[in-house]
Design a protein around this ligand. Sequence first.
Ligand code: FAD
Ligand code: DHB
Length: 391
Amino acid sequence: MRTQIGIVGAGPAGLVLAHLLHLQGIESVVIETRSRKYIEERVRAGLLEHGTVKLLIETGVGERLQRECLTHHGIVLRFHRGSHRIDFNDLAGGKTVTIYAQQEVIKDLVAARLAAGLPILFDVEDVSVHGYEGSSPSIRFHAAGKEEVLHCDYIAGCDGFHGICRPSLPAGVLTEFERVYPFGWLGILAEAPPSNDELVYCYHERGFALLTMRTRQISRLYLQVPHDEDIEAWSDDRIWSELRKRTEADGGWKLNEGHIFQKNIASMRSYVVEPMQYGKMFLAGDAAHIVPPTGAKGLNLAVADVRIMAKAFAEFYKTGKTHLLERYSETCLRRVWKAQRFSWWMTSMLHRFDTDNAFDQRRQLAELDYVTSSRAAMTSLAENYVGLPWD
Ligand code: FAD
Ligand code: DHB
């Protein structure tokens, strides 16, 4: 087998990259260890930045998104029983964010690729990457028990945090930057209409809670829990009881409850590798960086990376110039670090830390007071939340 770009991983990064390359007339093959069903059902992110939505619509994969999504013009920060709205219309030049589940984006991208007759190889095994230091990169794997070799011009490592591309790079090439948090998020999906039209981020002495949604009938709710928490310790009753306490508010507030049909716990870390490229291997999305979920930047960063990568490949195949490819890592990292800063800041402001002392709690409350009363601070939150400019 031979192609121009060998893409490892059919997550948002790999599938958006394959789609953008196709629109530029560049061939690719996507290789994925999981089944189509698995990647189309995996519950993860749900909030898309303004730029991510624009890209999906402009490139022809936003039709169902436009029909089914929920558009949001602001968010609410809640603390001390008070609710404070950050208004994007006023503060972010009318930009919005959109609720549309990650697995729906995946379904739309897979459907578009298969409809165009283009290859995604699901259920492959034993994937390994070779030759990217020289001029003949290749990806080896087993498909239906048979050994295959995909020869390509470049390899795109879009295989997430636990993938094989990043760890395959020679020792000493990458520098890692990491912060692990002493808590995780317990996330549920419930058959309950959202209690509020917009997302509510709650700072509470019992810990952080977030009210978000998937549709007008389905709520997505998160609770801060210790990092080593056992999901078995959280009965449905305990989850609702804790959510009621942490989301308490004045003014006739009521939390809508319903049947919980999905729950899981995700750990939280901030992580970046530099550089995001080596020889003919380019890393994108979670393969290169992880953000804590507060602020919902993970999926959006993955899309922003591959947009830059696709532009660089387009320049190379049109003109033979490698100028944009050479600057890929540098270009991505400027934006990645700003998203890291924002996600870290939102996480630090809203969660209770093990090491909390009275000083830190007062400081967090002062920060919340400031960010909900100073127009300059609110504007900064709003412009980061809807997504910083891509160019
Ligand atoms: P991934 O989505 O991880 O895709 C990588 C793909 O590569 C996967 O399909 C994987 O199966 C495949 N793969 C792995 N190894 C190999 C291999 N050896 N060969 C071939 N294929 C391979 N972000 C938010 O913004 N908001 C959220 O609420 C949120 N919640 C999350 C909850 C969880 C439990 C997790 C894990 C992540 C969450 N994220 C969230 C982050 C967001 O989902 C990711 O940032 C996003 O999925 C990154 O996309 P990606 O394509 O880079 O990686
Ligand atoms: C969602 C997740 C987030 O981390 C966030 O900050 C906002 C929304 C979500 O899953 O909808």
